[in-house]
Design a protein around this ligand. Structure first.
Ligand code: CU
Length: 173
């Protein structure tokens, strides 16, 4: 009786270890020196004034609630720099790497980052409101707080990382 119990307990532990291994973020599964932290996205509803700083006037005019932005921290613990060159997410038709910059006359604008976003060797790059971000356009549905979406990041080195992104109200940051 006790023996059977021990065996089933051991089997349960092994099963849990296997489940935990399968649930580990794919971001760490290829011995990558890159790691992603604190990935989050804006909800589509109730966008505050802060969102406006991440949008061009054209985008504001075209805005029908179907835009969002993803933010995260990307860390490179390796000895060689890499570049984030593209992002895909099943929730949007277009995902572009953008930077916010000061236009002539002082207005803030944003533009696609040409040739990718460099992640320096032994360095960290923060994508955050008013700075670098991944612009989502042509969203296929609303993004609500509490939802989790996925994004696939491709780097110049050929590394690919799948990231879970939590949809959060900006105020909760
Ligand atoms: Cu943008």
């Amino acid at each position: 009786m006790n023996t059977n119990h021990s065996i089933s307990l051991a089997a349960s532990v092994i099963a849990l270890v296997i489940i935990a291994a399968c649930a580990a973020p794919t971001a760490n599964s290829n011995n990558s020196t890159l790691s992603i932290k604190d990935a989050w996205a804006r909800p589509t509803a109730g966008m505050g004034g802060e969102m406006q700083t991440d949008m061009t006037s054209t985008e504001k005019m075209n805005m029908d609630g179907a835009v969002s932005a993803i933010y995260m921290t990307i860390e490179n613990s390796g000895e060689t720099p890499d570049r984030l060159v593209s992002v895909n997410t099943p929730v949007a038709n277009v995902a572009e790497i953008h930077e916010t910059y000061q236009q002539d006359g002082g207005l803030m604008g944003m533009r696609p980052v040409q040739s990718g976003l460099e992640i320096p060797a032994k360095g960290t790059v923060a994508l955050k409101p008013g700075s670098y971000h991944i612009m989502l356009m042509g969203l296929k549905g609303e993004l609500s707080p509490g939802q989790t979406i996925t994004a696939a990041l491709t780097f110049q080195s050929g590394k690919q990382m799948n990231v879970n992104v939590a949809v959060k109200a900006v105020d909760s940051q």
